[in-house]
Design a protein around this ligand. Sequence first.
Ligand code: A2P
Length: 341
Amino acid sequence: MKKKERYNIAVLGATGAVGRAMLHTLERRGFPIGDLRLLASPRSAGQTLEFGGRLYEVQAATEEAFAGVDIALFSAGASASLTYAPLAVRQGAVVVDNSSAYRLEPDVPLVVPEVNPDAAFSHKGIIANPNCSTIQLVVALKPLVEFGIEHVSVSTYQAVSGMGQKAIDALTAEVGGNAETTLFPTASQDTRYPMAYNVLPQCDVFLDNGYTKEEMKLLNESRKILGLPDLKVSPTAVRVPVIYGHSESVAVRFSKPVSAEEVRAKLTGAPGVVVVDDPQHARFPHPRMAEGTGDTFVGRIRQDLADEYTVLMFVVADNLLKGAAWNAVQIAELLVQGAEA
Ligand code: A2P
């Protein structure tokens, strides 16, 4: 990408929960924007959204809509990415794709700027933004890699905003007692369960191996981002009636005995990490603490009582921000920093 004073940006999926968070993050981080194009499905064409005190009209996505765009931030689902990413790249844009469509492609970098920033520069037009629950996990694991991580057991407590704006609306209606129907645990199944006052051990669809897609993302994407192809990961992904912020209970087994104090010291001040760990004063991370921030909060750091090789911790981040929009904008900033004169 050529160095410029301002960059032309397109946001595909601008009307969605992550798309709106992308716009907000671009504004909040003062991204040097020239032209801004807001794209969505034809259903939203003509709608207006505010950015920087100005109203922008949403356009239906087409190949031509990407002409002259430097960086396109995509968050419209995997099938829209598969359709539009090659078209945007053909028009000369670099695509930062929040969907799962390209994440495991060998020639597509999967980037968390605090973890593997250099990977961003090996792109061939598409850079993948990882899955939300994976991003916060690898931000917390990266500083610990030098201790020799052998096995990560992780159970997630995931907010409904990860399922999009419709899921936020559905949970709000259920809690308000005015829901005609209850929330689908996944978009692809007919079985319905209430989400309010409930916990559902299903995020995304089940695969033949008995794990969900979300659980396999935690395994495969963590291995790729950390560059640890043999890392053992035992994942369980659970949806909870929280609007914003994913939490994770993580057990990290090392190849040698490592103390909670060593882990706490390594995480304190690590890039993107905020350690909140003072249980005597009830100081620990929780989703409402992370909401609206780009940080990954870590606390409850303690030795496994049964195993001196294992340390337990609780990891929380805003899934729409660090888990999606914030990370995507950070990748765009890397591209700008690396742009050639
Ligand atoms: P629209 O609002 O017009 O349906 P969420 O995950 O919050 O539901 O948001 C999904 C986003 O992706 C929305 O902006 C939605 O637009 C957009 N989108 C979904 N499918 C397509 C598509 N085929 N082409 C373009 N945009 C799409």
